[in-house]
Design a protein around this ligand. Sequence first.
Ligand code: KG4
Ligand code: ZN
Length: 362
Amino acid sequence: MKILAIETSCDETAVAVLEIKQGYLKVISNVVASSVKLQAKYGGIVPEVAARKQVEYIIPVVEKATAEISLKSIDYIAVTVGPGLITSLRVGVQAAKALAYSLNKSLVAINHMEGHIYSALFTKQGINRKLSNQNKKDKKFWNIKGINFPALALLVSGGHTQLVLVKDYLAYKVIGETKDDAVGEAFDKVAKILNLGYPGGPIIAKRASQGNQQAIEMPRPMLNSQDYNFSFSGIKTSVLYRVKKQQNLLKNKIHINNMCASFEKACVDVLVAKTMRAVADFKIKTVLLGGGVAANKNLRDSLSKAIDKYHHQNNKKIELLLPEISLTGDNALMIALAAYWRIKNNKAKHFKKIDVKVNIEL
Ligand code: KG4
Ligand code: ZN
């Protein structure tokens, strides 16, 4: 079975083709074009600019992703229908509908966050993800045996911060989320406050690696609240107040590095603590990390350590699946994989029945 997937929820135009053969997945193509460099000029995403670039990129990206296959060999078309920017989403959904119509194939509607959950399955470290002997040399093949349920997904992106209980492949329950800024948004805003550029996540992470995490005291909002929710705007505001008080500190490289390290540590501490609370409460067997902020090394390391510690203290083995760094940002491969389970559960539909759902929830 070959699935062509399209993802255009924000500023990435992504198309991937995934083939599923006797339990193996083969990545035929995974193409991403981004307008992020252009957005950087404006210090953040301008929806109109993102949409214009989506229109410009969509056909060349589809062509590139399908260059080595015949369009007729595709069995299903999958597309992100939301959440995201309406004008960006429309470009992908219209392209997917046109393809489904012209090829006379069914369409699969995918929630962007559902895609981020499955991105964690593309990991070389995963215990169940060893390549079979016959495919060892071909890096395009993946043996995806499956997730041990109940699983928990920590989704951290520019628009969302959620803890999702995954009871089965298509059975999700959001058990916690941010009450204000998404964590990626907080990284982006703090980078703006510190005049570091856009997108803030990678820049702050780099500066943080050269700073001292203990140098500046930061709040850890909702760390001890008896739920699985988050709040990041207080940490961001703490950075803002310090900068307002002492503008000259912005010229001090060491101080900026320390600020980034302390800010990053505060965010990671809360994310890890809430994840581990849910792991214990729901007797979780697999933890999946997804979303742009999943590229953050400090977050990956801290989560791994916390899970190891839990394992030793409770003698319970938990599998942690971290996505490949290249698949942490928005891509269509994760959408294709999400579609695979939807197709297996007969969720593919006639193209006329599918439309953009800007505020779709898991
Ligand atoms: O999932 P994504 O690519 O787009 C959305 O669906 O929002 O996430 C983008 C977010 C941005 O806020 C970006 O600053 C953040 O991910 N990000 C990071 C890192 N790399 C990207 N945040 C922290 N550390 C990173 N290394
Ligand atoms: Zn995303």
